[in-house]
Structure formats: structure tokens, C-alpha cells
Design a protein around this ligand. Sequence first.
Ligand SMILES: NC(=O)c1ccc[n+]([C@@H]2O[C@H](COP(=O)([O-])OP(=O)(O)OC[C@H]3O[C@@H](n4cnc5c(N)ncnc54)[C@H](O)[C@@H]3O)[C@@H](O)[C@H]2O)c1
Length: 382
Amino acid sequence: MLVGIIGSGAMGAGIAQTAAMAGCEVKLFDVNSQACHHALLNIGESLAKFGKKGLIRPSDQVSVLGRIYVCEQLDSFSECNLVIEAVAEDISIKKQLFAKLESIVNVECILATNTSSLSVTSIASSLNFPHRFIGIHFFNPAVLMKLVEVIPAVQTDDITVLKAVSTVESWGKQVVKAKDTPGFIVNKVARPFYSEAIRILEEGIADIHEIDVVMNEQGFKMGPFTLMDFIGHDVNYKVTESVWRSYFYENKYRPSFTQLRLLEAGYLGRKSGKGFYSYPKDVDKNTIMPSEKANDIFMRIISMLINEAADTLYYNVCGENDVELAVCLGLNFPKGLIAWGEELGFTNVADHLDHLYGLYHEERYRVSPFLHVLAKRKATIK
Ligand SMILES: NC(=O)c1ccc[n+]([C@@H]2O[C@H](COP(=O)([O-])OP(=O)(O)OC[C@H]3O[C@@H](n4cnc5c(N)ncnc54)[C@H](O)[C@@H]3O)[C@@H](O)[C@H]2O)c1
């Protein structure tokens, strides 16, 4: 299979490496030719790391690199079977690119976007034959993250979905299918992990370290503040803002001033040396917190997450198995949110949200109707 990758930044390079490691021939194009050469260097370094761990033979490192061809012109993509675009997150750039690409590739070629937050349907509308267009959303670093969201546009036909799913699965990835809605699965369901933690901080209930420790103790490898610093506040804030706008300014997704101010100050997190924490991070201080307070913090964040997962099912964004896979593989959560809801009791989760609603009278604490469905289902199974 010949795969074209447009954009050779963090994502394009990772997807090119993934496809080449799976045996595909890959063509790589970027408006900035330096970026392609930089990508090849990064891929070489990454393959060397795989080699050191004994995961790939030296001869295979050479052949993987040999299957990636840097192209000076988009015209070189004429024979591609699949083209994945990973250029800047700007809808007009993406639309212009696909309109041009359509005149180069043959009509059988599947065209895909790696967008995180734009409407796949809207990008597809730039094409004369949008039935072969689809969202294939990899996670960063693409070569290591097992999860891929596949997002059919309204115009996409069934054959394209089947081909996209089987191709990505043949690259060793776990595919989840999502409806073309803002944030798809992972970037939607994850929002409360950040936003509710920030609310707890803003209300002065606990500090960043205390909240992180509470969540670490519940099995989350990174607490919300450590994770936001790791992702970078430029990226994390932008995704929140985009999901909030795209959901027609729904209150529960509203970004925070706390994070906006960090962004304005240039405190982007780990990469800039300062975010919520300063880096290198101080040795963690001991945190002794009354268990009731720790439980309140945990219940507030986990209830919001379970509610968001339930709402995702309520609106048929994806199936139950896929929402569980998405949070475990895309967010490294210690278990699925529906499984967690079952453990805590969906009725208890709904009661907790009702309690928060009673305190704050804010729409963000509205209980998803699907939480009640899940509670009833559980009662019936018993
Ligand atoms: N970085 C992430 O964590 C992540 C995760 C999932 C999806 N995405 C999505 O993947 C896409 C790329 O993200 P990234 O982080 O790799 O960006 P990046 O800035 O690292 O790379 C983008 C590359 O696209 C090139 N480019 C811009 N316009 C172009 C054009 N018209 N034609 C060809 N090349 C062009 C740039 O020169 C640059 O090298 C975005 O849509 C982003 O939302 C990013």
C-alpha cells in the first residue's frame, strides 16, 4: 500500500513511521521542506530507540526508513491509495489542500484528516467526491499510542469506513468509531478531568498538589495539573475552547481564566519550564488530607467524568465498548468510566451531581439522562 502523509510535524512524522513500520511505502510532503528532513531525523532516532529495546532489528530500521520518501511536490501523490493530512489545525488550509489534492489522486484513493477538533464533514465539503473522505485521528506520539479514532463524515460511504478501519487495524492500532461531533470521544470525555479540577482549585478547596495526589491515589498516573502541564497549556486550552465553541458555548465545557492566564503569561507547562508547577519539579511534598475532603474531591471529578461518558453514549457519539477503550488507551485512565460508574453505583454518581447542582445551580452539574438508564440496567441485571 502506498500512503501519502501531508504535514511532517509531530503527528505527520509519527503517522509516517507507524505506516512504514507496518510495511507500507510512505510519501511525505510538507510546505516547509526542512520539516520533512527534521521528521526523518526524528523517525531515525525513534527507530534507534526501538532497536535498543530489542523491538526492531537493525536491518529493519534501515528498511523502514527506506520506505519513507520525502516529496517536493504534492503531484508525487498521484499513485497513493490513502492520504492522511496532518497540517496545521486551520479549516481553510485543510479545505484548500484537499481541493487541490483531489485533482492529483485517483478516485479510489481514500482521503483522511487527522484533525483533533474540526468538523470532518465540513472539510469533506471541499471535495467533489466526499464519499471517500474520513477522519483518522491518531494520538501523540502516534507511533506509541495504540488508540485511533475513526470518524466518518456525513458524506462518507460504508466502503471507505471499512477500508479505513481495516488499514489502521493492520498497523497494529485499536480503532474506535466516533460520530463527527466536537472533540470526538477522547477530547470530549476528558474535559471534566481538567475543568472540574480547576474549579476545585479556584474555589480554594484544595491546592494543585493535593488534587493531583487525590487522583494519583485513585490510580491516575498523572493528576490533572501534572497532565495539563505535560500536554501544554497552549494545546490543552485551545482544545477546551474549541470544544466549548463547537458545542454552541455549552457551559460545562467553558474554559477557565486560571488556565488562560497561564497561557497569556507564557507559562505553557513542562516545555516552558513553568506551568501550574515549576520544572524541574520539586520533590513531592507529603500531603496529609482528611479522607472526607479527599473523597469529596475525587467524587466531584469522577462523577463529572462518568456523567460525560454517559452523555457521550446518550447522544450516540460511540458505543459503550469504544468509550471504555478510548479513555483507557487514549487517556491512560486506570479503568473505563462506565465500569467505574458501576463500581461506585450510577445512582450514587447521579445523587452526587444532584448535590452539586443543589449547591451551585449550574447547568454543568446536570445529570445525563443516560446515567439513569445505566442505573436501571444495573438494577435489572441484579
Ligand atoms: N500534536 C498533537 O498532540 C495532535 C494530536 C492529534 C491530532 N493532532 C492534529 O494533527 C494535525 C497536525 O498537528 P501537529 O501537532 O503535527 O502540528 P505541527 O505544527 O507539529 O506540524 C504541522 C506541519 O504542517 C505543515 N504544513 C502547514 N500547512 C501546510 C500545507 N498547506 N501543506 C503541507 N504542509 C503544511 C507545517 O509546515 C508543519 O510542519 C493538526 O490538525 C492537529 O490538530 C495533533
